[in-house]
Structures are given as C-alpha cells and as structure tokens.
Design a protein around this ligand. Structure first.
Ligand code: RB5
Length: 158
C-alpha cells in the first residue's frame, strides 16, 4: 500500500521514525518533507499530502505537526479528504472504522514514537465498517459539495 507522509519541523523527527518503520514493514512510503528540523510552514506540506491522497483514492496519508491541529485543518480543506487527528489508539482505529479517515494526523509534540506507531498500526489495521457510517459520510460529502465552487468533490483547483 502507498502512503504519503509529511510534517513540519515540529513533526520532523517523528515523521522520520514513522517513515523508516513503515518502509521496514513493507509499505511504499512517499515523503513530502519537511527534510530538516528548521522552521517551516505546515500548510505547504499538508496540502501536498492531502492532494496526493485525493488524487489517488487507493492511498492513505499521514501528517504530523506540533499539535496536529494545523495539519488537520489544512488537509480537510481538500475535497475528498477525511483527516483525523488522533492522540490514542482508540481514535486511530475508529477514525477508520467509522469515519473512513484517509489521512491520519498525529501531534508530534504530544506523543512519542511508540504511541505514534501504535496509532498508525491501529489505523492501518482497521477497516471502514460502512452501513450507517457510509450514510453519515454521504451527509458530510453533501456539505462538501454545497460549499465547493465546482460542485464536485474533485481536487481540481490545484
Ligand atoms: C509550529 O510551531 C506549530 O504551530 C505547528 O507545528 C502546529 O502545531 C500547528 O498546528
């Protein structure tokens, strides 16, 4: 499975650890940066990962900043993205099972490597449950369409 990953400086170290560990267990990980611990602007990286996931529906994305909040906000601006900020394995599992989250957002200044990897594995190991949860996602999609200029959920305005 292909996973796009990105972080700002606050998530850089954790992003590197997750990238290496995921590659080590067979995931095809594409890194959108950042590539140093120097200060940078998280929206520039968050939007790239989100657009890559939106353009390739069979893929997933992982974003990391200090709190995870900024990355979650920017990723969720991209049509088709359901980015979930998780801080424990319960949220990581159920954001996939109930919300079909295609981007997992982690708070790099809040969680350590072990907890982060446990969350990533819980999310990757979970499956969308469908049923009533699909109905709720359809309602979210309706909101997305309502506020989209093009009226579609395509990531067409790059
Ligand atoms: C960077 O200092 C910090 O603001 C950023 O990593 C993130 O937490 C924003 O939401």
């Amino acid at each position: 499975m292909k996973i796009f990953i990105g972080s700002d400086h606050a998530g850089y170290e954790l992003k590197e650890r997750i990238r290496v560990q995921l590659a080590g267990i067979g995931y095809d990980v594409e890194d959108f940066g950042t590539s140093t611990a120097e200060s940078c602007d998280y929206p520039l990286i968050g939007v790239k990962v989100a657009e890559a996931v939106a353009d390739h529906p069979e893929t997933l994305g992982i974003l990391i900043c200090g709190t995870g909040v900024g990355m979650a906000i920017v990723a969720n601006k991209v049509p088709g993205i359901r980015a979930a900020l998780a801080s424990n394995t319960y949220i990581a599992q159920f954001c996939r099972e109930h919300n079909n989250a295609n981007v997992l957002v982690l708070p790099g200044r809040v969680v350590g490597v072990d907890m982060a990897m446990a969350m990533v594995k819980a999310w990757l190991g979970a499956r969308f449950a469908g049923g009533r949860h699909q109905r709720r996602l359809d309602l979210i999609h309706d909101v997305e369409k309502k506020y989209s200029r093009s009226g579609t959920a395509e990531a067409s305005s790059k």
